[in-house]
Design a protein around this ligand. Structure first.
Ligand code: NAI
Length: 344
């Protein structure tokens, strides 16, 4: 019996993500919250013949606080794809001004109403919205770093797809055989492709130019979608799939199952309070606290993380990418943290 709440459920990501969640037999209640059309999406999904009971929650006006409380009451897992997506020419950082306060306010409601829920943050810029969530929960005295996840799975999904094309293997067979670490925007995204000898030997045969194109495509693949949609938004369907893939891992762990992948999916997490995280951050990340690493889940929370530098055969070149990523992450984390410090 698991209650899952989607905040931003009527959006481009929220709708297909909610559809996938409605198909999961572990979900007993699917609670959909949005400031528009949540009830319509809920009515539609409720006709699908799976056990999950679907409820829709939408505030009657700006002052109405009951809808969000009803949506969150007793929930085990909250997934947040609420906020504005990019338009052509925008970076994820440009979204900060609008999405920062949306995340701050939603997470404050989660902290007050469902302090034990696992929280998956999709809203961009993830590099800053996750630090915002952490600060808000800290202020409320309910921060559990094992249960706060920045969703970076789309970067892994893209890396598997693009590398599969390049080395001519079925991309779905690459799940768990390569990894993506760092953050979730541009050059903070660091694909690791030498993890297994089998894939590393294939990667060794691709030209330098093709490898560089691959790295660029994983880091900036989102731009391809933004451009193709020409003002109508950013990745929604591939993101719904990726968000569901990560949520499914959390749900399986709640049911006592462990991941079948050799390397589990990464998530952008707060390291200092995860066992070994503080030392890892001091030794490899110049003390940067938030970083995406493969996470081992147990009972809906982080049990441990995989240290890429010890376990995932990080090449010299990939180490260089990590150094670039750290610079970007430092400023995004500071931006998120300062935003909450400056808020009432
Ligand atoms: P969208 O505009 O289609 O949907 C967003 C939904 O959020 C809308 O239905 C809107 O009504 C709702 N919303 C706005 N304020 C809200 C609030 N205070 N409470 C509840 N709901 C609220 O946008 P889309 O395409 O679904 O993208 C959502 C977010 O996900 C964006 O920030 C986007 O940048 C991000 N994203 C993240 C990715 C990742 O890999 N983590 C990949 C792609 C997008």
């Amino acid at each position: 019996m698991v209650k899952v709440t989607v905040c931003g459920a009527a959006g481009g990501i929220g709708q297909p993500l909610s559809l996938l969640l409605k198909l999961n037999p572990q979900v007993s209640e699917l609670s959909l919250f949005d400031i528009v059309n949540a009830k319509g999406v809920a009515a539609d999904l409720s006709h699908i013949n799976t056990p999950a009971v679907v409820t829709g929650h939408q505030p009657a006006n700006k002052e109405d606080k009951t809808a969000i409380v009803d949506a969150l009451k007793g929930t085990d897992l909250v997934i947040i794809p609420a906020g504005v997506p990019r338009k052509p020419g925008m970076t994820r950082a440009d979204l900060f001004n609008i999405n920062a306060s949306i995340i701050r306010d939603l997470v404050a409601n989660i902290g007050r109403t469902a302090p034990n829920a696992a929280i998956l943050i999709i809203s961009n810029p993830v590099n800053a919205t996750v630090p915002i969530a952490a600060e808000v929960l800290k202020k409320l005295g309910v921060f559990n770093p094992r249960k706060l996840f920045g969703v970076t799975t789309l970067d892994s999904v893209r890396a598997e797809t693009f590398l599969g094309e390049l080395i001519n293997v079925n991309p779905s067979s690459l799940k768990g055989k390569i990894s993506v670490i760092g953050g979730h925007s541009g050059d903070t995204i660091v694909p690791l492709v030498n993890v297994t000898p089998e894939i590393a030997s294939k990667v060794a045969k691709i030209s330098v130019a093709d490898y560089e194109k691959f790295i660029h495509r994983v880091q900036f693949g989102g731009d391809e979608v933004v451009k193709a949609k020409n003002g109508a938004g950013s990745a929604t369907l591939s993101m719904a799939y990726a968000g569901y893939r990560f949520a499914e891992g959390v749900l399986s762990s709640l049911a006592g199952q462990s991941s079948s992948s050799a390397i589990p999916d990464s998530s952008y997490i707060y390291l200092p309070e995860i066992p070994g995280g503080k030392e890892f951050s001091a030794k490899y990340l110049r003390g940067v606290d938030f970083f995406s690493v493969p996470v081992v889940l147990e009972k809906g929370e982080i049990k441990s993380f995989v240290n890429p530098f010890e376990k995932l055969k990080v090449s010299k070149q990939e180490e260089g990418f990590v150094q670039v990523a750290l610079a970007g992450l430092e400023s995004s984390i500071a931006q998120g943290t300062n935003f909450v410090a400056g808020s009432k």
